[in-house]
Design a protein around this ligand. Structure first.
Ligand code: FAD
Length: 411
């Protein structure tokens, strides 16, 4: 038996190995990981890790002893460079070839770079890996003024973290609102207010033209021609899926490696999961690629079960969180297609619940500092409980009582 080979030792790659052992898989399990470090959590990188002197070990998903005990071979610092589907084998950057019974591609995503002058100057950072975060942390310690390009989750999380360290922050967002790809206008507006209160200088509708400096970055120039001093620049302009390996092997790729409900690619021996996989979600009307811990972990569990012959089709409720200073944003469902948003209890300072509907269907719920309602939201979407727009619009609507009533009615 050749066993299971996993390309990528991040959140998804680790989880498939751990779940295989949990389900009693007895063959060889090999993780080939471009990063030399054992699998770790990325979410703290843009939140706590960059503003503290926390040790890398605090990020580890499991210690080395876990891999030994579970007979998971972790080949750190090596890449899968090609897949020979005919021979069912991968070739590594070392030149070695490893055969597989099943191959899991969990190669994640890479930061989008911006093709502007000055993008390669010293003092210009990206944030994806722990190594990036450690460089950023060292740079932040020395910097006084920080420019962040991109008003998505990562840019905003870093903005809040470095404002807490007393740094001056300017943030450029090319679109007319923050987190525009992923949250409702109402939640964008809420966070704009909060970041302005934190005294982050936010420029919406403002694109980056160039980064200025001779050896090091000293300023940014906007498309409108304004020059803003900055001694550190973070580019946080989104990611692209690492699907080149799959494309070169002739697998179907379309903004990610296309998979079915069992995460199987166009080759039945090869699976793709996590940030690099594109799939038809029951929670969206189109094919999606999700960048979240929930998705990476749950897709990995589906693949492990599939290899063991026990899988159900993947239909986990999507959920996500983002910590921006004292504000915890939690999203359940995929709310991008909403045409009507009902905001509840906005009067309570620093808290919010936004119910996002398309027509009469509830697509999802976005909450700020309301973890109870977020958990209820997961139950609503998971059990397909019906919440009507009219109910939510009612000023005394109480989600907890409403869900209890629906559950009682459902028996
Ligand atoms: C700074 C930051 C903050 C985040 N915050 C949150 C959050 O708050 N909540 C949330 O839900 N999600 C968050 N995410 C997203 C979440 O971390 C990702 O969705 C998740 O890590 C995806 O797991 P993955 O295994 O698909 O990819 P990754 O964890 O990126 O792992 C992929 C690994 O594969 C390696 N690799 C690539 N090509 C090859 C190859 N050819 N051979 C071998 N190895 C290869 C890569 O180097 C990488 O180590 C955050 C991400 C970042 C970067």
């Amino acid at each position: 038996m050749a066993g299971v080979v996993i390309a990528g030792g991040g959140q998804a790659g680790f989880q498939v190995a751990a779940s295989l052992r949990q389900l009693g898989y007895d063959g060889d399990v090999t993780i080939v990981s471009e990063e030399a470090r054992l699998a770790y959590q990325r979410p703290p990188l843009s939140k706590t890790y960059i503003k503290t002197d926390a040790d890398f070990d605090t990020l580890l998903l499991r210690p080395e002893s876990f891999y030994e005990k579970n007979r998971i071979a972790f080949r750190g610092g090596e890449r899968v460079v090609s897949i020979d589907r005919g021979a069912s084998a991968v070739t590594l950057s070392t030149g070695e070839t490893i055969p597989y019974d099943h191959l899991v591609v969990a190669t994640g995503a890479s930061n989008r770079s911006l093709p502007v002058p000055g993008a390669t100057l010293a003092g210009v950072h990206q944030l994806r890996s722990a190594e990036d975060a450690e460089h950023l942390r060292a740079g932040v310690a020395e910097a006084r003024t920080i420019a962040i390009i991109g008003g998505g989750f990562i840019g905003l999380e870093v903005a809040a973290a470095v404002r807490a360290l007393g740094k001056d922050v300017v943030l450029l967002e090319a679109a007319d609102r923050l987190m525009g790809r992923t949250v409702s206008r109402e939640v964008s507006a809420f966070f704009l207010d909060r970041h302005l209160q934190m005294e982050t200088d936010i420029r919406l509708g403002t694109a980056l033209q160039a980064i200025e400096g001779t050896d090091r970055a000293t300023a940014i120039r906007t498309a409108a021609g304004e020059t803003i001093a900055a001694d550190l620049v973070l580019i946080a302009a989104g990611v692209t899926p690492n699907d080149a390996l799959a494309r070169a092997a002739g697998l179907t790729v379309d903004n990610g490696i296309v998979v079915d409900a069992f995460m199987t690619t166009s080759d039945p021996k090869i699976f793709a999961i996590g940030d690099c996989a594109a799939f038809d979600s029951p929670f969206a009307e189109r094919r999606v690629r999700l960048e979240s811990v929930q998705n990476a972990v749950d897709q990995a569990k589906t693949v492990a079960a599939r290899i063991m012959g026990t899988a159900e089709p993947y239909r986990s409720v999507p959920w996500f969180w983002s910590d921006q200073g004292p504000f915890k944003l939690q999203i359940v469902g995929l709310t991008a297609g909403a045409d009507h948003v009902e905001v509840a209890r906005i009067g309570e300072e620093g808290k919010l619940i936004a119910y996002c509907f398309k027509g009469e269907s509830l697509l999802g719920i976005e909450t700020v500092n309301r973890p109870g309602e977020h958990m209820l939201g997961r139950r609503i979407l998971g059990q397909d409980l019906k919440i009507a727009r009219a109910d939510v619009a009612h000023h005394a609507f109480e989600l907890k009582a409403h869900v209890a009533k629906l559950m009682a009615e459902a028996g």
